[in-house]
Design a protein. Structure first.
Length: 134
């Protein structure tokens, strides 16, 4: 018989949830900053603040789309296999391209496509490394 009381197990569970949530939030914030730096290095925006804002908005929308896609078909969009990762990458590109182009119609389409592809390539490379290290 264990000396642990159920209330302690619930507390530990809350601690684990907080830890996992914190890691997820840290990853998203890191991605937003990395993608903003890519936008800025590509001279997509004249100021880093604008790159940061557009990266945050694009990532918030693609995060929401990712939740919808995984809820719709969890097996198809699982990130622990290459096909699921590739599908999610494609969906992210589509969502973020449409949003970036919508916010920056003065920027040529090809430049928006290049910026969107490069910033997400960097983000997904980091995510892939994390997935492979698990």
């Amino acid at each position: 018989q264990s000396d642990l009381k159920p209330i302690l197990l619930d507390g530990i569970g809350a601690g684990f949830l907080f830890f996992i949530f914190s890691l997820g939030a840290l990853f998203i914030i890191t991605v937003i900053f990395i993608e903003a730096m890519v936008l800025r290095k590509m001279k997509y925006h004249p100021a880093f603040r604008q790159s940061l804002l557009h990266s945050a908005v694009a990532n918030a929308l693609s995060l929401a789309a990712g939740f919808v896609l995984t809820e719709t078909d969890n097996e198809l969009f699982q990130l622990d296999n290459m096909s699921g990762l590739a599908l999610m990458f494609g969906a992210t590109l589509l969502v973020e391209f449409l949003l970036l182009y919508g916010m920056n119609r003065a920027v040529p389409v090809k430049r928006t496509m290049s910026a969107c592809f490069l910033m997400n390539l960097v983000s997904y490379a980091i995510a892939l490394m994390i997935i492979l290290l698990k």
